[in-house]
Design a protein around this ligand. Structure first.
Ligand SMILES: *[C@@H]1O[C@H](CO)[C@@H](O)[C@H](O)[C@H]1NC(C)=O
Ligand SMILES: *[C@@H]1O[C@H](CO)[C@@H](O)[C@H](O)[C@H]1NC(C)=O
Ligand SMILES: *[C@@H]1O[C@H](CO)[C@@H](O)[C@H](O)[C@H]1NC(C)=O
Length: 353
């Protein structure tokens, strides 16, 4: 998250000495820039890609979600969220079972209707009146749900969290993907929230510097999940095995990348846990790849610069990276860029180049 990283700029600059290979650097292309008068203070905090390939972008400087079509570069204001100010993380979840069982019972009485769960996202918000100022008690968690025509979204408040600090990253969690992990940068904790009730527990604490989070099942064993998390203060990406029910740590954490500016990131891992992460490298204005071995205990991976100068102005801040989900862009990355002198933008790059 840009806001929390600002104060760390000088200390992070000192850490930017990781030996990155500069071979085969991809050329980033701007896909979309917020329309209207140039707003250099605008920023997208996070991105999520819909199954149909459209990109959802949460604005950190307004309570807005934009939807961007990667095939045309066109973007529209999808929703304005009443009752809050600044949006944060966003993740797709599997919707409450009740939405599906309604269809089941309808089918049972002969009004054929397949049990298609509604496409649902959970996103966070806070009131951040000015850089470095989060209004205490302002954190909220919301759902965004698409109707079956796939176009009309509905926003509902899932939970207000008056005791939380700053909800930053959000990741779907567990076999049903009907719960979310929420990283609280200010409270240095991770919450596990039920997407039906908004009730939550606090499985992980003492997570200083926590920012972006992702989760994936530890394949083969079924005994635990991995939580991947960015620590912007220590400039590292780590994973920790967690219990699939409670999300409490089930083993020691390990560092996958160190000495690396980091905000949010995308991961792609195989059954063994071996894979790659693509890191939004904050003021490095870059996307960095980390290749790591099977979990657990593969140790730190190797880092490579995928693309630099994402803003195209020589300076900027990269806050989030996601993979495309269409056949034609599965291997491409979309990154959110701000503070590059213009308005917030989304950039596309090819990590295989
Ligand atoms: C938070 O959002 C409000 C508008 O809702 C905006 O005025 C403010 O600048 C935003 N804060 C940051 C740090 O962008
Ligand atoms: C970070 O850099 C320091 C100094 O070069 C080195 O000692 C340390 O091992 C690095 N950490 C990681 C996780 O790469
Ligand atoms: C960044 O990209 C722009 C556009 O290609 C180019 O004009 C500029 O020189 C680049 N700046 C740096 C520092 O690479």
């Amino acid at each position: 998250m840009r806001y929390y990283s600002r104060k760390l700029r000088s200390s992070l600059t000192l850490l930017l000495f990781s030996p990155l290979s500069t071979l085969a650097v991809s050329t980033p292309t701007t896909l979309f820039t917020l329309p209207g008068p140039v707003a250099p203070q605008s920023w997208f905090e996070n991105l999520a890609v819909r199954p149909n390939g459209l990109i959802l972008a949460t604005r950190g400087d307004a309570a807005e979600i934009w939807q961007i079509d990667p095939s045309t570069g066109d973007g529209v204001l999808l929703v304005t969220v009443a009752g809050t100010y600044n949006l944060t993380g966003i993740a797709e979840v599997t919707p409450p079972a009740s939405a599906c069982s309604t269809h089941r019972s309808r089918r049972a009485i002969g009004q054929a209707k397949s049990c298609t769960p509604k496409e649902t996202y959970v996103f966070g918000s806070s009131h951040i009146p000015a850089p470095l100022q989060v209004e205490p008690g302002s954190a909220k968690v919301w759902t965004l749900q698409f109707s079956e025509d796939n176009n009309t979204p509905t926003v509902s408040l899932l939970a207000a969290l008056p005791n939380a600090g700053f909800i930053n990253g959000i990741a779907a969690f567990g076999p049903g993907r009907d719960r979310v992990l929420l990283s609280d940068t200010q409270a240095e904790a991770v919450y596990l929230m039920d997407v039906r009730s908004g009730e939550y527990t606090t499985p992980l604490t003492s997570m200083a510097g926590i920012n972006g989070i992702k989760s994936s099942p530890a394949q083969g064993s079924g005994r635990y999940y991995y939580l991947y998390w960015a620590n912007h203060a220590a400039a590292s990406l780590s994973l920790v095995p967690v219990d699939p029910t409670t999300a409490v740590a089930a083993g020691p954490a390990e560092v996958l990348a160190g000495n690396q500016s980091i905000d949010d990131f995308a991961i792609r891992v195989d059954e063994s846990g071996k894979g790659k992460a693509y890191i939004a490298a904050q003021y490095e204005n870059a996307v960095v790849e980390v290749t790591f071995g099977p979990a657990p205990s593969s140790g730190a991976g190797t880092t490579r610069l995928v693309a630099g100068n994402l803003s195209g102005t020589g300076y900027g801040f990269v806050s989030a990276v996601v993979f495309g989900r269409r056949k034609e862009d599965k291997g491409l990355l979309y990154a959110a860029v701000g503070q590059g002198g213009g308005s917030a933008s989304v950039v596309v790059l090819d990590p295989s180049q």
